[in-house]
Design a protein around this ligand. Structure first.
Ligand SMILES: C[S@@+](CC[C@H](N)C(=O)[O-])C[C@H]1O[C@@H](n2cnc3c(N)ncnc32)[C@H](O)[C@@H]1O
Length: 459
């Protein structure tokens, strides 16, 4: 089966995605129709894999040219390994430094005109999350393998299938007969059945080395990179931190920070000078955040807290107290990033998604609580960036419209750099306001993931 046309099953009410927020109504038939057309294009796009992989270089310690050379070397090694019968320069991917963001390297997919994928006789089955990672350049790690036919040996060539139904039993030893299995690509076996399946077995490591996939994304992962030199990060996330535009010496808050991709970018843009506070609510994610900051040598003060409750309205401001952690006094931060917990529907490729209506609707109330704290803690003339990695109208344009109605002190400003497309109609933003926010979707020059960014100044 080719890529699906929608990640959602037939019971899911697709209209929720472009439903206006609670307090808004779309009355115009025209707007509704335009949104419906957009939605069908969007759903198909979400199922497919991006054409480009982006790396963000850690400018605290490395130059973009150093990392670009490292990536080019790794691609050469990959091409030598793959049994492709045409000249390597015909399929080699373009590796370029982004024209606007100097710390970003764009690795384009292999030239598919010269590639052909033949299925192998032997098959393995993986879960959808693992399949999504494979289509974006990862190898297959042991926990992702669901089924492997008996009689498969190390170094065998196998075809890789994703189980879109979610019904494949772990440890399946026959061929998986299911209409919802999707061919992903081919690979070479590195771990066999007895190493993968068994009671009390918690297997680790690469089970299948992927050689080629239907996305034609080079499977190089990021482990080859020198520790702390660069990370894989989607382009809109990198744009987001540039819009926040933190400066050395400032006092900056990242309210929902783990795993720290944006926190470490903020630290780099601040050249590790100033005060950077990063908070996350989930205890298990705090260690991930610490590890990332250590790896990229980012100077960050990390606290585990619930950012819906980090305002102290009773006391006066003192910069020294900030380092003691939340609650913080009002109007103390120069810049705040609210990269909100969200329904996460911008992820690509999304081969299957079972999110319920209840869960989908649970995010806006939480986002509003976080937003209130952000506004209270921001200094006059301070900058607040609100972002999500989802596509719903309510969590994006709907939240911006709500914020502008609720907080008279906020002004929406046009974001710089502007690399995404404009916002959608139907959530209560004016035409001009829609051109100020950025929605990353199917109509962008760089084919990445779904993402939303808005930027406010406090008057
Ligand atoms: C979209 S992720 C953040 C990604 C991160 N900014 C990055 O770029 O690596 C949202 C994070 O918010 C955290 N979170 C959820 N609710 C929160 C709350 N009430 N207070 C603080 N963090 C929260 C989650 O644990 C999750 O790590």
């Amino acid at each position: 089966m080719p890529y699906p046309l929608s990640p959602f099953n037939e019971n899911f009410k697709i209209e929720i995605i472009l439903e206006p927020s609670n307090d808004e109504q779309i009355n115009e038939i025209q707007v509704r129709k335009r949104n419906e057309v957009y939605l069908s294009i969007l759903l198909k796009w979400l199922c497919t894999s991006p054409q480009v992989t982006s790396f963000r270089v850690n400018t605290l310690n490395y130059t973009t040219n150093e990392v670009q050379t490292r990536i080019a070397d790794e691609i050469k090694k990959l091409l030598l390994k793959t049994a492709i019968k045409v000249q390597h320069d015909l399929i080699a991917p373009n590796i370029e430094i982004h024209s606007v963001l100097p710390e970003v390297i764009l690795l384009h997919n292999l030239n598919k005109n010269w590639l052909s994928l033949e299925t192998q006789l032997k098959e393995i089955v993986i879960d959808v999350n693992c399949a999504a990672a494979v289509l974006r350049g990862a190898h297959i790690f042991a926990p992702g393998v669901l089924g492997m036919e008996s009689g498969i040996n190390k170094e065998d060539k196998v075809s890789i299938y994703a189980d879109l139904s979610g019904k494949c039993k772990k440890g399946l030893l026959k061929k998986y007969e299911c209409l919802q299995k999707m061919f992903i690509g081919n690979g070479v076996v590195k771990m066999v059945r007895y190493e993968l399946f068994g009671e009390n077995l918690k297997p680790v490591g690469i089970a299948i080395e992927v050689t080629d996939t239907i996305s034609h994304c080079p499977n190089i992962g990021e482990d080859f990179l020198e520790n702390g030199s660069a990370i894989l990060q989607n382009l809109p996330s990198i744009v987001c931190t540039h819009i926040l535009n933190p400066k050395p010496g400032e006092v900056v808050l990242d309210m929902c920070a783990s795993p720290g991709n944006k926190t470490t970018h903020i630290a780099a843009l601040m050249q590790n000078m100033g005060t950077l506070i990063a908070i996350d609510k989930t205890p298990s994610k705090i260690q991930q955040l610490k590890n990332k900051c250590d790896e990229l040598q980012a100077n960050v003060h990390i606290f585990q807290a619930d950012s819906t409750k980090i305002m102290n309205i009773n006391e006066t401001n003192s910069i020294v107290d900030i380092l003691n952690g939340p609650p913080f006094h009002l109007e103390i931060f120069d810049r705040i990033l609210l990269d909100a917990p969200c329904s996460g529907l911008g992820k690509r490729p999304q081969l299957s998604n079972n999110i319920s209506e209840k869960v989908l609707r649970s995010y806006v109330p939480l986002q509003k609580k976080l937003f209130k704290n952000a506004v209270g803690l921001l200094k006059t003339n301070g900058r607040l960036v609100y972002s999500t990695c989802t596509i719903t109208l309510a969590e994006n344009e709907g939240m911006v419209a709500w914020a502008l109605r609720t907080f008279n002190c906020l002004e929406l400003i046009k974001v710089e750099p502007y690399l995404g497309g404009e916002g959608l109609e139907g959530a209560g933003l004016t035409e001009l306001q829609r051109t100020f926010v950025q929605r990353f979707g199917p109509d962008q020059q760089i084919d990445s993931v779904g993402f939303f960014i808005a930027c406010f100044i406090k008057k």
